[in-house]
Design a protein around this ligand. Structure first.
Ligand code: ATP
Length: 356
């Protein structure tokens, strides 16, 4: 048992956890198809995607709870899974926090956290559990039982229990989805800080884009068993590689356009572009609502046809004179009513385009 495993270790070279062409089928369903991924030591990585895209199966393959059909998984240079050869879950040094926390109801907080520490002396166990409860801020709750704790506290016990044996990789399976919105926000940040402080390499599975974007060093977006894009939260949002990623991560409007001689020509305007797509003429422009600026103007080409008030921001639906509609997200302090004529300006350097 390494008692120093709380020291943060961050290694910017990807390759601590490597998935090479991993495959998993359930009958005719390609749950995970040819996925390649390199995760660095100490990285917080999220697998993001809609229900059924294969993210939980990927996590279970990493944990050793499912057998691979093809490809290879390595952790810290050691092969842990290969078709026909699987290191059992308890020998992979991987810890999981499940959606429902899976605490033992009849054991105290102390005993829950101590659960995975078999083989250690009593004094070392006590020290380690105290260290863990200190890390998650539950020193005074050691003798309580799970039913005496709030949802957030139970989640922190689950985290402490997972971290206690010093796993080399921590897997989080939608750990915040059972919490109400306010608690969820606070707990996400708290969990990130605890995991950072412990130096863990983390792989989080979530369908919640805000969660993935706000917590992660990098995000992998999955669709129908495939990884569509891996990148920083900024790149995933601002430079989506595919229409699926653009649609799934954040809101977007798409407009047909043509690409000719370095110019994009669309109903929403024409502008010069640097990037050429070889042999492509018909494209779709993607415009994020935060890149659409509105200014009230009697002679403006747009009319506000709907307003959705979100608190700090409002989302306007705007119809242009040629009946095209698009969305604009602006601060709501000077709320514009439905019917306002507006001039519409688009932050063109942010526009992304895809071949049709
Ligand atoms: P969710 O967020 O709903 O859990 P997910 O992205 O995690 O979705 P998976 O649970 O990995 O998706 O499932 C991927 C595909 O594999 C789905 O079509 C699912 O129905 C199927 N699948 C998963 N586990 C099994 C299983 N044990 N037997 C048969 N099919 C399965």
């Amino acid at each position: 048992m390494n008692m120093h495993c709380l020291l943060p270790i961050r290694d910017l070279h990807p390759g601590y956890v490597t998935l090479s062409g991993i495959q998993k089928k359930f009958g005719a369903i390609d749950a995970v198809h040819n996925v390649d991924l390199n995760i660095a030591r100490g990285e917080f990585f999220s697998l993001l995607g809609p229900s059924g895209c294969g993210k939980t199966t990927t996590l279970r393959l990493l944990a050793g709870l499912e057998d691979l059909d093809g490809g290879e998984i390595k952790i810290d240079g050691q092969t842990v899974a290969l078709a026909g050869k699987n290191v059992p879950p308890e020998k992979r040094g991987v810890g999981i926090v499940f959606q429902d926390y899976a605490l033992f109801p009849h054991l105290s907080v102390f005993a829950n956290v101590a659960f995975g520490l078999y083989g250690m002396g009593k004094a070392d166990i006590k020290l380690r559990v105290e260290q863990m409860l200190d890390l998650v801020g539950l020193q005074s709750s050691a003798q309580k039982y799970p039913h005496e704790l709030s949802g957030g506290q139970r989640q922190r016990v689950a985290l402490a229990r997972t971290l206690a044996p010093c796993p080399s990789v921590v897997l989080l399976d939608e750990p915040f989805s059972n919490l109400d919105a306010e608690l969820r926000d606070a707990l996400r940040q708290e969990t990130k800080e605890i995991l950072r402080a412990s130096g863990s390499t983390v792989i989080l599975v979530t369908h919640d884009q805000e969660e993935a974007l706000s917590l992660s060093d990098r995000v992998g977006v999955m669709n129908a068993g495939r990884l569509e894009q891996v990148g920083t939260p900024y790149d995933i949002y601002h430079q989506p590689a595919t229409r699926f990623v653009a649609n799934f991560v954040g809101k977007a409007d798409f407009f047909p356009a043509v690409l000719q001689e370095g110019l994009v020509v669309a109903a929403i305007g024409s502008f010069a572009v640097e990037q050429q797509l070889a042999g492509v003429r018909e494209i779709d422009l993607m415009v994020r609502p935060d890149d659409v600026v509105l200014a009230p103007e009697n002679e403006g080409t747009g009319t506000i046809v709907a307003v959705k008030f979100l608190g700090g921001d409002a989302i306007y639906q705007v119809m242009l004179s040629d009946q095209t509609t698009l969305h604009s997200q602006r601060m709501s302090a000077n709320l514009l009513p439905v019917g306002t004529q507006v001039e519409v300006k688009i932050n063109l350097p942010h526009v992304v385009y895809f071949p049709r």
